[in-house]
Design a protein around this ligand. Sequence first.
Ligand code: SF4
Length: 343
Amino acid sequence: MLHARLSPHLKKLAKTCPAIYRQFVPSCEEVALGSLTIADPLLEDAHTVIPGLIYKYGNRALVLLTLNCAAYCRFCTRRRKVSDIEKGIITSKDLDRIVVYIEQHPDIKELIISGGDPLTVPSLLKKALQKFTRLPQIKIIRIGSRLPVANPRLVNQAVLSALKVVRRQPLYLMLHFEHPAEITKATIQAVRRLQSVATMLLSQSVFLRGVNDNPDILYELFSSLIEIGVKPYYIYRCDLVQGIEHFVVPLEKEIQIMTELRTRLSGLASPTYVIDTPNGTGKIPVPLNFWQFNKESFVDFLGNRIINFPNQEEFKTVNMNFVQMIEPKIPVNFGDTKRDKMC
Ligand code: SF4
């Protein structure tokens, strides 16, 4: 079960911004076991080859370095395991095993380091990068993080020093943003610090009901990101994960929003809108309304036909509950737990 944690930075923002409150404050909707969702729709557990390493695609592999984050997003795709920090601990021995596995699979050219948030464990990240970047077969390093949003002050010298280990390969940082209110002065400063050590900063977002399912909000988000030097890369349809059904936006609405945005944003500021296939084969770009297409189904990378979208009626039911739930109960006493102090 995903624990609750907000950083002091987010607590402050959540007091005045319902979109941030909704992302980080637990809701009783999470306990609803929707018939449309499962715990691990991307089949990551089935593709875990050794502890901490997921290998699904030929030329790249995913390292889950930690299950710790500075704040826990209620819509986390890995909510089945994220925040269970003890279980997610990767030891030096595990890192060595990962290295051996990579060496035995010379097709792996790119490592994607994620979690949890790898930037919250800078000394472990440094150790891992020292081992991974020495491998001649590794040509690209990608690291996912939400730290500049969750707790920008933690983007500190220890983090920069860990990232500086990557010298031979290009280093792509994939930063997670959902709403323009997340781009604060402190976050921009954290982004600037990361720009001093990375090859390129890109953003990833997820469509979230009640947070960013609005063309003006996303217009502001993507315009602001490109202005601070972060290229909007992907916006995902929310994965059908148990406990987050109340965040899922109707597909038709997402397509309408992205179609409108494509007429307003430059190509540079436009992310690719994708669905991560429920059988874990890859990210399928969704066509926009400039084309006529069948919105009921699509095929994955293996050619399998996938029909997995709840119909509009089912969404209406979810939506009615949702309207009652998003009313922010502000001022909020978030309760300073021991976990909060770890942020
Ligand atoms: S920062 Fe990423 S890994 Fe952590 S809770 Fe949010 S979405 Fe999940």
